[in-house]
Design a protein around this ligand. Sequence first.
Ligand code: FPP
Length: 254
Amino acid sequence: MSSESTIAAARVPRHLAVIMDGNGRWAERRRRPRIIGHRAGARAVNVCIDFCLERGIQALTLFAFSSENWGRPEEEVGGLMKLFLGALEREVDELDRRGVRIRFIGDRSRFSEAIRRQMASAEDRTRANSRLHLTIAASYGGRWDITQAARSLAEDVAAGRLAPEDVDEAAIASRTCLAELPPPDLFIRTGGETRISNFLLWQIAYTELWFTDLLWPELDVATLQRALDDYAARERRFGLTGAQLAAPTQETTE
Ligand code: FPP
């Protein structure tokens, strides 16, 4: 690989995290029920997965259903659950064939037995795949994630398995969801809102953020490419100065 292509490769995010917003508005603009927007949103998920596979992005984390989404009207939540179950039944074979590893993060206890079984089966089935790590955040919240990590550490301290002084950033990170993946390099949110909405709060400390007004069902390759081009042009400093990054010293590389 030439040094130029090494640089280009380094500028493709390893891990992309996405808030898929705008399904409801997409449907409302067409005077259709919101669930029609979610169905169109499920098609856009395939656009995004295909894009990651083509561009060699190694991990994709999608926010499919937040801890707070349980509070939506019963009809919408029920429709979404049906949609998740249908997508799991329909898509897993093909994703497995394409080398995609599927994982779910979030509080599974709130899902029906049927959905929990499908989630576990999709995870087992695709466990050995490594071309793309697809994580679906469902019944997930960033605060829930940090809370469950803190509780797990507290249990170990209470049981004498861990000393309080060993509770450091690395220990917390190791108990959060996605612990085995690099943190997201790039975060994309569609739908025009410019907030994080309790997504990966711990993991996105140094993630590059990118927002678009486009509604999720309208997602296309050109938009994803724009996000990647923008990402490639940014300088990530991780709290250091530009000069330090240009000429790393012993101190900054340690
Ligand atoms: C946010 O849009 C979207 C959701 C709460 C659901 C996301 C679900 C999908 C994209 C469908 C299927 C997903 C998988 C992984 C199979 P919104 O309803 O908040 O939109 P709005 O802001 O316009 O109301």
